[in-house]
Ligand binder design. Structure first.
Ligand SMILES: [Zn+2]
Length: 231
């Protein structure tokens, strides 16, 4: 949020030659209330409210079909991002359903879906949260940890919950909550997030990603963050 935009620029701090010196006063309650109201309205306008009244979650396993996404290097069994995203998304889906949410998965098998079709699926449901699952890739093998992106439509708090929860897993690292102009985030009318669960380019993290028990933990933490957010 551009905090400085709420305040007039270039206000003189001194009294100036044409003003009589007045006794120093505490800011009145009315002024504080007015300022608080401006900040609150500004927060709403810039997406700094936090969504809590959603009943539907659109779970989007990234990639699919001919689009494999990232993959591990130098391992006997090569892990493909599209398979890992589907596995984690299925697990999240099951946990959210068990918690009473309506859920929609953008794909349930290994097929290609355009980004716009994914967004259309998300936009078809009012009071929904869209969450896209991905795994990451970097040139430097040392880079590791989860990254959570969001589209500022009431999503900041949920993004923080997810990021902190994933970062506290063994071997995790808090890479922070971020915004980016990803198409699925930009084009979604409602709250939308994209979680990069880990770097397949990091050998230790790739080994964890290949472990079903670890993916179950990732899914549990993401689902729990969503469940807590609605309460
Ligand atoms: Zn991806």
């Amino acid at each position: 949020m551009m905090m400085h935009s709420f305040f007039p620029q270039g206000v003189r701090s001194g009294a100036g030659p044409f003003f009589r010196r007045l006794p120093a006063r505490r800011p009145s309650l009315l002024l504080l209330l007015a300022l608080g109201g401006m900040l609150w309205l500004g927060g709403c306008a810039t997406g700094y409210y936090n969504v809590t009244d959603f009943d539907t979650v659109v779970v989007d396993p990234g990639h699919g079909g001919h689009d494999s996404g990232a993959s591990t290097r130098g391992r006997r069994t090569r892990l493909l991002e599209k398979d890992l995203t589907l596995d984690v998304a299925r697990r999240i889906n099951g946990k959210l359903r068990a918690a009473g949410f309506r859920t929609i998965m953008t794909r349930v098998d290994d097929r290609f879906i355009t980004l716009d079709d994914r967004v259309d699926c998300s936009n078809a449901y009012r009071k929904s949260v869209f969450i896209s699952i991905h795994f990451n890739d970097a040139c430097r093998r040392s880079v590791h940890g989860a990254e959570t992106y969001h589209n500022r439509r009431g999503t900041w708090q949920l993004a923080e919950r997810i990021e902190h929860s994933l970062a506290s897993m063994p071997g995790g690292e808090d890479r922070g909550v971020k915004t980016a102009r990803y198409r699925v985030l930009r084009k979604s009318d409602g709250p939308a997030l994209l979680v990069e669960c880990g770097f397949l380019s990091n050998p230790a993290e790739a080994a964890r990603c290949g472990n079903a028990a670890w993916r179950e933990q990732v899914a549990t933490r993401i689902a729990n963050a969503i469940i807590v957010q609605r309460q």
